[in-house]
Design a protein around this ligand. Structure first.
Ligand code: ZN
Length: 222
């Protein structure tokens, strides 16, 4: 499981169906959908009904990122709306393991996300066992124009090492202000799935997606 996940948050909202087609044709594996509740993060985005509305317009894997308090409340609805991956925050769940298990029980892949201030030590073996994807936030989530946090690279490396030590093969997904200037470093540190927004949607989307995919694949071979 590796590749890039363009974030629909940065797409042209006047023509989302067309944007999804362009993402798919350019060869991206996933589309990243950020759901914000104005509580866990200081912003709002879109909701489950929009995911359901977009589902029929593409075969892309729907990579849903729940920046929402107690996301366990919405998991069956996300499945019904057509989500494939559901990532929840360790900081947002009273019962992390149960939440991840519920996602799997509903037939989706479960992601566990860490905010920049959360230490990777919060990822216990039990939590990692219940997750299919480890998601590292490389900015403070839910705010506009945040800078990439360089300390994230060390965190990605540490998580990669933890997974190796536990002999667990799970992709690491990274999310937050990743563009052409830093994607190689992020892949070098051990990331498999790259969420990217502005860098892809600014200019020619297809060319940007192809260029970033090549950089990710090249980086992984090294
Ligand atoms: Zn996200």
């Amino acid at each position: 499981m590796c590749g890039i996940a363009p974030s629909l948050l940065e797409a042209d909202y006047r023509q989302l169906g067309r944007e999804l087609l362009r993402i798919e044709r350019a060869g991206a594996e996933y589309v990243h959908l950020d759901i914000m509740d104005g509580n866990f993060v200081p912003n709002l985005s879109f909701g489950i009904k929009m995911i359901r509305g977009l589902r029929d317009s593409t075969n892309l894997i729907f990579d849903v990122h729940m920046m929402v308090c107690e996301p366990i409340r919405f998991i069956p609805q996300l499945k019904e709306a057509g989500a494939d991956h559901v990532t929840v925050h360790i900081e947002a769940c009273e019962q992390v393991r149960e939440t991840l298990e519920e996602i799997r029980y509903c037939g989706m892949k479960a992601g566990i996300a860490l905010n920049p201030e959360s230490d990777e030590g919060m990822l216990t073996k039990e939590v990692l066992q219940a997750a299919d994807i480890v998601h590292v936030m490389t900015v403070y989530p839910g705010r506009e124009g945040e800078m990439f946090i360089p300390a994230s690279l060390k965190k990605i490396r540490n998580i990669r090492k933890m997974l190796e030590d536990y002999r667990m093969e799970k992709p690491i997904e990274t999310d937050g202000n990743i563009g052409f200037d830093n994607v190689e470093e992020v892949v070098d540190a051990g990331a498999d799935i790259i969420v990217s927004g502005k860098a892809l949607f600014h200019g020619n989307l297809e060319k940007n997606i192809q260029r970033m995919r090549e950089m990710v694949q090249h980086g992984r071979k090294r």
